[in-house]
Design a protein around this ligand. Structure first.
Ligand code: DQA
Length: 147
């Protein structure tokens, strides 16, 4: 099993960015936790971060035929990007949407996601654990699938 983790805009600033919402871990620290969990589960994992919407769309397209699942934190594009939603739909790869903060406890504009409707599921509000739970959910989904 080969998993891609995609981090959207401003997540490269984790550690110093609004720690009350996003915690104190850097992106590298979160990726290291995911790497460790993947190793334990004996699966391959890769990481990608971009601040640009088109580059995130490209990453989803390039995942076709390469990755079996995607854990994505689309950052602010969660609330704006029909292009990212369409890419996920077109790719047909199982996607789990994750958020560090609980977007449903925050401003009104964060409470709508264009991605949720095309994701397997959403995990929001558990800081770095959201990513680890997202990875676990993808593995469980793959184990459930016949073939
Ligand atoms: C976020 C929530 C988004 O609303 C915000 O724009 C982010 C981070 C989260 O992980 O909680 O950049 O996706």
């Amino acid at each position: 099993m080969n998993i891609l983790v995609i981090h959207g805009p401003n997540l490269n600033l984790l550690g110093r960015r609004e720690p009350d919402h996003y915690g104190i871990l850097t992106l590298d620290m979160i990726n290291a936790l995911l790497q460790e969990a993947a190793q334990k589960a004996r699966i391959a994992i890769s990481f990608y971060q971009s601040n640009a919407e088109g580059e995130l769309v490209d990453a989803v397209q390039k995942a076709i035929g390469v990755f079996d699942g995607i854990v994505i934190n689309p950052g602010a594009y969660t609330h704006t990007s029909i292009a990212l939603r369409d890419a996920i739909l077109a790719a047909g790869i199982p996607v789990v949407e994750v958020h560090l903060s609980n977007i449903y406890c925050r401003e009104d504009f964060r409470q709508h996601s264009y991605i949720s409707g095309v994701a397997l599921g959403v995990i929001s509000g558990f800081r770095e654990q959201s990513y680890l739970l997202g990875l676990q959910a993808l593995i469980a989904h793959a184990d459930r699938k016949p073939g």
